[in-house]
Design a protein around this ligand. Structure first.
Ligand SMILES: [Zn+2]
Length: 267
């Protein structure tokens, strides 16, 4: 059995230790988990989710009469909040998810990264994705990295040509350190090879799979302003998922080509 997300975390720790531009990352505040993503389907290889963002401004949904433009009903006031995720004594500020088996089957050609890493081994595409997600962690450890526009302004975009160039530079810096091949070896295998070699491919996931901690709506009992007196106020549905997570909400899952299932842990 190979626990794929554990291998990713070990490699991330080494990358952060060796690449000066990434040493600001506190890996104890980052949680890596696996999602299901088929290799024969389009989609992301990985995603960085920031949890440390403040609550939104109070807001509400509303409906208008198409003809008169009059508000006919509105929802209760609410804010959106980030869930609290704590593992042991660590408060988690970032979740980084990897789509298995799609991530395992990534190659330079498949990810269209050949021109960036000409002559490199195909698995470097996976290292590029890992560094890419780490680089989304903002140096302030709050939110997704803000991209400078010049003159002190920042872009609302999360990717730019410079972002991709920076990631490639960091990947090359790391490889130039000649990392221990034992740390990167798991990246050299595609999903079929991993299964043949290790029997099973597992990873950390949330118990409420496929759901994972995401921003949720919290109803405000105190309405900041009465919007339009006399308009019907609809209730907002409370979130159907937890808003607080601990290590007890994590479980190991086994991934196959098209599905995944919970791995029974020995007591
Ligand atoms: Zn990205």
């Amino acid at each position: 059995m190979i626990n794929y997300t554990d291998h990713i975390v070990r490699l991330m720790a080494d990358v952060i230790a060796r690449v000066p531009d990434l040493t600001y990352i506190d890996l104890s505040r980052v949680l890596v988990f696996a999602r299901l993503g088929r290799s024969d389907a389009e989609g992301a290889y990985a995603t960085c989710h920031a949890l440390g963002l403040p609550s939104s401004e109070p807001s509400y949904y509303f409906w208008r009469d198409r003809r008169t433009g009059q508000m006919t009903r509105r929802s209760e006031w609410f804010v959106t909040k980030s869930p609290m995720v704590e593992v042991g004594s660590s408060r988690i500020d970032y979740l980084i998810s990897f789509c298995l088996p799609r991530f395992c089957d990534q190659t330079l050609a498949r990810a269209q990264k050949e021109h960036v890493y000409s002559g490199a081994a195909p698995w470097v595409a996976k290292l590029d994705t890992i560094v890419h997600e780490l680089y989304h962690v903002d140096p302030s450890m709050q939110g997704i990295r803000k991209l400078p526009l010049g003159r002190g302004r920042v872009s609302t975009r999360t990717h730019s040509p410079q972002f991709f160039r920076d990631v490639a530079r960091l990947v090359k810096q790391y490889l130039a350190c000649r990392p221990d091949p034992a740390l990167t070896q798991f990246l050299t295998h595609d999903f079929v090879e991993l299964n043949a070699r290790f029997g099973r491919v597992t990873g950390a996931a949330f118990r409420h799979f496929p759901s994972f901690p995401q921003r949720y709506i919290e109803v405000l009992s105190d309405h900041p302003v009465d919007v339009e007196p006399g308009v019907r106020v609809e209730q907002v549905k409370p979130p159907g998922v937890p808003t607080r997570y601990t290590a007890a909400d994590l479980a190991v899952r086994e991934f196959s080509k098209k599905t995944s299932r919970r791995v029974k842990q020995a007591a």
